[in-house]
Structure formats: structure tokens, C-alpha cells
Design a protein around this ligand. Structure first.
Ligand SMILES: [Zn+2]
Length: 283
């Protein structure tokens, strides 16, 4: 038996297969490798695979959240509230500080303010945070959803509604003062009430104020008052300055598509250090 030395783990033995020589047989060479090196490499492979799996799942959930591309780089951290909006910002940060509690109690957020104060920015940032915490999330604008219930009925509204009822964290944007017909109010109530009874957090952005909230339907307004923390975001629109806001335009995406980077590791083979490569498996 031949003995080799691994610089990291010491002595290891080559297994003597005791094959007969001669008879014109092709010599079989079995390389001896340090078992401790192999075990360390396996542990590293498992860790790497687990990490990549989490990254891939997070990326997939983030894609499935359907955050509008213009808002994909918006986070709660890069929302810069004006002095007047400081109180609103505190409420949002407090809500976000314990996402597990929101998930358990189903407590949502009701963002109220005129167009352009940053409601969609916040919805996008809050959903991304939910995705990063391991949840499913979905952004949808109410006028877009409602459009599916009207001619030409080209898409399947029931399928969409099922998805919206099911998702962990739902953000409903642009619930305006236009939820006026009984049919539309009934659809909105159905969705809000279903999530309310299952204790699933819903994030709402609306132009309505606490005083005019009933315009979206009295029953829906009641549910939201009960299930959501109300945040009134004061201030004039800042959308006017947004196109020149370099910081926001250049902000990187908070979640990136994972790249399959090969893992390099060293194993002692027949007393020599050999570098090997391994790639994480596809999901
Ligand atoms: Zn070794």
C-alpha cells in the first residue's frame, strides 16, 4: 500500500487493488484521493447549492411580483421623504421593521396621498422587501384589473383574481375615486374581503383621503380601516423632478439574477494538490 501526504489533512493511503500484471491487460490506475479533502469539498458544494437555490427562488418570486420596470430599483431606503412626509415615513418604516408580525396578523398598509407623492415607489419597495424575506408578492394596478372585467374580455379575470387572493403580500395601486359603479365596488370588495378573512396583508395606494375613502365602497373602506395601518402622505407631487433625479435613475436593482459561478476547490490526489471545478445544479 502506498502512503501519500495531504498538506491539509496528513497521511492517506492508496487502495491496493491487487490486480494481476501481465496477460496483455490494460493497466488500471486508480488515483488515491484524500477523503478529508473530498468531504470538505462536498460540504462546500452543499452550501453553495443551498445559497444558489435561495438566490434563484428569490429572483423568480421577484419576477413574479410584476413590479413595473420603472419602479424595480425603488426601495423603501431610497425613498426620500420631504420634511412634511417624515411622520408618514416613520409609520412605513415601523410597519416594515417586523414583516413576520405583519404576515402573522395580516396587517396591511393604506397609503393615501395625491398622485406623485411616492406611493408606487413605496409599494414597489415594500414588495421587494417581502420577497427578500421569503414571501410571494404581487403588484397590480386596480384600473388594469378592472379593465379585464369589461369588453373585450380578452384576458381571464378570474384566474388573475385567484392569484391576487392567494399571494402573500399584495399591492393594489391606483385605487382612485373612480370606483363608482356597484359592480366595480363589488369586485374590489370581494378581493379585499377574501384577503382580509385569510389574514393576508394587502398594501393599498389611493388618491382618496380618510374623509373620502368611502367613495371606493363603504364595505371595502371598513375592511381597510380594520386591516391596514393608514398612512397619509402629504405634499405636492415630486414626479416632476423624478426624470432628472440621477440617484433614483441610476439606483441598482435590489435583487439580481444569480449567475452560475463555478466553485473551485483543491483535493490532494496521489500526493499532489489538484484544482477542481464544480457548478451548482439547475433547479
Ligand atoms: Zn486533504
Amino acid at each position: 500500500m502506498t502512503s501519500y501526504t495531504c498538506p491539509r489533512h496528513g497521511q492517506y493511503l492508496a487502495v491496493d487493488l491487487g490486480l494481476p500484471e501481465g496477460f496483455g491487460a490494460v493497466p488500471i490506475t486508480v488515483a488515491a484521493q484524500c477523503q478529508a479533502c473530498a468531504q470538505a469539498a462536498n460540504a462546500l458544494k452543499q452550501q453553495t447549492q443551498a445559497l444558489v437555490d435561495v438566490q434563484r427562488a428569490t429572483w423568480t418570486r421577484w419576477q413574479e411580483a410584476e413590479i413595473p420596470s420603472r419602479f424595480k430599483n425603488r426601495t423603501v431606503a431610497n425613498w426620500r421623504p420631504t420634511t412634511k412626509q417624515a411622520a408618514a415615513a416613520r409609520i412605513v418604516h415601523t410597519w416594515l421593521s417586523d414583516l413576520d408580525a405583519r404576515w402573522k396578523t395580516g396587517e396591511g398598509l393604506l397609503l393615501m396621498g395625491v398622485p406623485g407623492v411616492g406611493k408606487t415607489h413605496l409599494l414597489a419597495g415594500l414588495l421587494t422587501a417581502a420577497v427578500q424575506a421569503g414571501h410571494t408578492a404581487r403588484y397590480a394596478s386596480w384600473p388594469d384589473i378592472w379593465a379585464r372585467f369589461r369588453p373585450p374580455y380578452s384576458e381571464h379575470p378570474e384566474e388573475l383574481m385567484r392569484a391576487l387572493r392567494k399571494v402573500d403580500f399584495l399591492a393594489l395601486d391606483e385605487i382612485g375615486l373612480t370606483v363608482s359603479t356597484e359592480k366595480e365596488q363589488a369586485r374590489l370588495f370581494e378581493l379585499i374581503d377574501s384577503r382580509y378573512s385569510r389574514r393576508r396583508p394587502t398594501l393599498i395606494a389611493t388618491n382618496a383621503t380618510a374623509a373620502t375613502l368611502a367613495s371606493i365602497g363603504e364595505r371595502t373602506a371598513d375592511r381597510l380601516r380594520e386591516a391596514c395601518v393608514a398612512v397619509s402622505i402629504p405634499g405636492d407631487s415630486y414626479r416632476g423632478r423624478a426624470p432628472t433625479d440621477k440617484v433614483l435613475l441610476d439606483a441598482p436593482w435590489p435583487i439580481n439574477q444569480p449567475t452560475a459561478e463555478a466553485l473551485r476547490y483543491i483535493v490532494s490526489v496521489d500526493g499532489q494538490d489538484v484544482e477542481r471545478e464544480w457548478e451548482p445544479k439547475a433547479a
